[in-house]
Design a protein around this ligand. Structure first.
Ligand code: GDP
Ligand code: IMO
Ligand code: MG
Length: 428
């Protein structure tokens, strides 16, 4: 049995990580988010109540689990407090079960304005970000000028650091745009008033997790976004600004790599992407629209329509290698129920040569073509099925085909948003 496991998005995000983490959390003591911020939208449905979690780990909806927000996240305290209130109003008591790293970085209002201005300046080349201030906050972190949650412990420290950053931002703003200047004291005071309410949640998350692991408690690490949006390994520059792949679990929580027993990748039975950037197996036109409508493929956070397409084998193999996936979870199988034929992208054609390697350059991704294998559809409902043997034969064949192509076994198949709409194929 695996003691500590990372759940990672194997595609471009929105694979159903929320549902999977919630279903798996039953067998773990602690659920720890390791990167990203409120750009994430992880949907969990419990007894008909839907939660869209942005900063809180999906384990929080189970009353006996500890929810940990790692140092790898970027946090807007107001958003976090609103989310806590929203979840508690829906009947979930959080109380002492939430712990926030005192090394996580703070999103300030100027991060969002910076992001909006940068996206506008990019014009048609825009990334299509979520406008939550994520990228600029991570820029400040890497630039060693970020403010951290721990800085809220002492207002004078917070005010001083805020003053330094604001002076820096204003220098830049006047040099670049002659824009409206920020007023440091006003900002520090108004921000602090609200942000200090997260102080009771602050802790040394790395110390806590390692101590609990020493005691034999099991930790489920929850990734946000997906491998193909990882800052280093995704379709750069059309990526998010954090380490979404499994490697981020270590840096994002302060846990050593050898403490983690397995990485499980979550993938839809097809593919989606929100925002701009390469999407090799995108189904343009009516086919993509049908999947979007059937799958409810609209951003959980921004409401933007998600681009839809087919399962991409080279991307899945790339993700399997990067994360060293021990198992796959295939979600939303039921969304393909209506199709007579299901194309699967099995190989890329790059300048006339077949390859199953995922190119690192945008230019190559843009000019290459995808070679498809068309699988027969099953055309009957799989919605809610919880036994593999009850799936139509052609659905079983489809899943076996994915295993053969990707080279990773499937541990779980999801056939609906609810907990019990799940096929467990392997004891995790
Ligand atoms: P995440 O960001 O990876 O957690 O995924 P999202 O929550 O953004 O998007 C996944 C959507 O699909 C949510 O609305 C889920 O409730 C829903 N969902 C998850 N698994 C299944 C499934 O197997 N079948 C169906 N029909 N919906 C699912
Ligand atoms: P979950 O965790 C899907 C995308 C944005 C944009 C790019 C950069 O729910 O899977 P950012 O605001 O992060 O700087 O935007 O990344 N993106 C996501 N796409 N699911 C997500 O999260 C995403 N978080 C960011 O659409 O293309
Ligand atoms: Mg999502």
């Amino acid at each position: 049995m695996w003691q500590n496991v990372v759940i990672v998005g194997a595609q471009w995000g929105d694979e159903g990580k929320g549902k999977v983490v919630d279903a798996l959390a039953e067998h773990f003591d602690i659920v720890a988010r390791y990167q990203g911020g409120a750009n994430a939208g992880h949907t969990v449905v419990v007894n008909g109540t839907k939660f869209v979690l942005q900063l809180l780990p999906a384990g929080v909806v189970r009353p006996d689990k500890i929810a940990v927000i790692g140092n790898g996240l970027v946090i807007n305290p107001e958003s976090l407090l609103e989310e806590v209130a929203r979840v508690e109003n829906a009947g979930v008591v959080i109380g002492q079960r939430l712990m926030v790293s005192d090394r996580a970085h703070l999103i300030l209002p100027y991060h969002r304005s910076h992001e909006v201005a940068a996206e506008q300046a990019r014009g048609v080349g825009k990334i299509g970000t979520t406008a939550k201030g994520i990228g600029p906050c991570y820029e400040d972190k890497a630039g060693r000028r970020g403010l951290r949650t721990g800085d809220l412990r002492d207002f004078e420290v917070f005010r001083r650091k805020c003053g330094e950053v604001v002076a820096d931002k204003n220098r830049l703003a006047s040099a670049l745009f002659a824009g409206t200047m920020l007023e440091a004291d006003d900002l520090a005071e108004s921000y602090y008033e609200k942000a200090r309410c997260i102080l009771p949640y602050l802790a040394d998350v790395s110390a806590y997790l390692n101590t609990e692991m020493d005691r034999g408690r099991r930790v489920l690490f929850e990734g946000a976004q997906g491998t193909m949006l990882d800052l280093d390994h995704g379709t750069y520059p059309f990526v998010t600004s954090s380490s979404a792949a499994a490697g981020g679990a270590c840096t994002g929580t302060g846990v050593g790599p050898t403490r983690i027993d397995a990485v499980v990748g979550v993938s839809k039975a097809y593919a989606t992407r929100v925002g701009s950037g390469p999407f090799p197996t995108e189904a343009l036109g009516i086919e993509g629209e049908k999947i979007r409508e059937r799958g409810g493929e609209y951003g959980a956070v921004t409401g933007r329509p998600r681009r839809c397409g087919w399962f991409d084998v080279p991307a899945a193999r790339y993700s399997a290698r990067l994360n060293h996936l021990k198992a796959l979870v295939i979600t939303k199988l039921d969304i393909l129920d209506h199709l007579a034929e299901i194309p699967v992208g099995v190989e890329y054609d790059l300048d006339g040569c077949g390859t199953t390697e995922f190119p690192s350059e945008i230019a190559a991704l843009e000019r290459m073509k995808v070679r498809y294998r068309v699988m027969p559809g099953w055309q009957e409902s799989t919605h809610g099925i919880s036994e593999f043997a009850q799936l139509p034969q052609k659905a079983q064949d489809y899943l076996h085909f994915l295993v053969d192509q990707v080279g990773v076994e499937i541990a779980v198949v999801s056939t609906g948003p609810q907990r019990d709409q799940t096929i467990w194929m392997k004891e995790l």
